[in-house]
Design a binder for this molecule. Structure first.
Ligand SMILES: [Zn+2]
Length: 68
């Protein structure tokens, strides 16, 4: 599980279970949606570090986030 936040560098995904952070801006847009890549990286982090499957973040603002 993770939450999505924003800091001065852009959108960040924050792990709920530790201080791990994935920065959307760190991913290469030419490889596809950076948001999708960040989410995938976070899911893989959670699986390897916390041993569980990751639920998609539940947010009333998810539709807005789709416009990144
Ligand atoms: Zn973590």
């Amino acid at each position: 599980m993770y939450k999505i936040s924003k800091d001065r560098d852009g959108i960040v995904l924050l792990c709920h279970d530790c201080s791990h952070v994935e920065r959307v801006n760190a991913f290469n847009e030419s490889l596809g949606s950076r948001r999708t890549q960040a989410a995938r990286a976070m899911q893989s982090h959670s699986r390897s570090k916390h041993g569980g499957s990751v639920l998609k973040p539940v947010s009333k603002n998810f539709g807005v986030m789709g416009q990144w």
